[in-house]
Design a protein around this ligand. Structure first.
Ligand code: COA
Length: 170
């Protein structure tokens, strides 16, 4: 399978490459980013980034580097569920809504009627807003483990059906 490159008005979503390791480490070695994620350790090392990038070979076509003007700003993927993060310097510019909309469009272009699953830790207002803007609605709350926080947290599960997506964006 080839890895699609997704283009939006401001962003290019492309495959991660080994050369991204340094920028990725700088952006995600930030507790304010990592604390909202399940599997990301804190602190985060260059070796963690190298391992993560190499490991994405198995997810070809499902994980993208979010870039603007060739600068890496974050990562988004639809492996099993929609997940994403942006480095703190890039918050608050509407980038994630733009990136997530592109990935969701791609999902429904390639997955017929499968619903898309996602979720956020309780209290993550920014992520909730991104998901609601796409048309996601709540399903249930379940416990999850945050590696960076090293504790159990409450995860609000959400779901987007093709019908809800098309009603909002079709
Ligand atoms: C959550 C995150 C992806 C949002 O990215 P972003 O590009 O800043 O979001 P956007 O600029 O597209 O904003 C989306 C909406 O959320 C709102 N929003 C963003 N951050 C917010 C916050 N901290 N509190 C409340 N609302 C917030 C914005 O106002 C916007 O709503 P609007 O369009 O109605 O004004 C980013 O803050 C991030 O990566 N955080 C750390 C990692 C993370 O939480 N990942 C998701 C795990 S589920």
């Amino acid at each position: 399978m080839t890895h699609p490159v997704l283009c939006t008005q401001r962003l290019i979503l492309r495959p991660l490459v080994a050369e991204d390791a340094e920028a990725l480490t700088t952006l995600i070695d930030d507790y304010e980013v990592a604390k909202w994620l399940t599997v990301v350790p804190h602190p985060y090392t260059h070796a963690d980034a190298e391992w993560f990038i190499a490991d994405q070979a198995k997810n070809e076509g499902h994980v993208w580097a979010i870039t603007r003007d060739e600068t890496l700003m974050g990562v988004i993927g639809d492996v099993r569920e929609l997940g994403y993060w942006l480095g703190r310097p890039y918050w608050g510019h509407g980038y994630m809504k733009e990136a997530a909309r592109a990935v969701t469009t791609h999902w429904y272009d390639t997955h017929a009627s499968d619903p898309l699953i996602s979720g956020h830790f309780l209290g993550n207002a920014g992520s909730r807003s991104v998901l609601q803007s796409l048309g996601f609605t709540d399903t249930h709350i379940e416990p999850a483990h945050s590696k960076a926080q090293d504790k159990e947290v409450q995860l609000q599960r959400m779901r987007l059906t093709r019908a809800a997506w098309e009603a909002k964006h079709g």
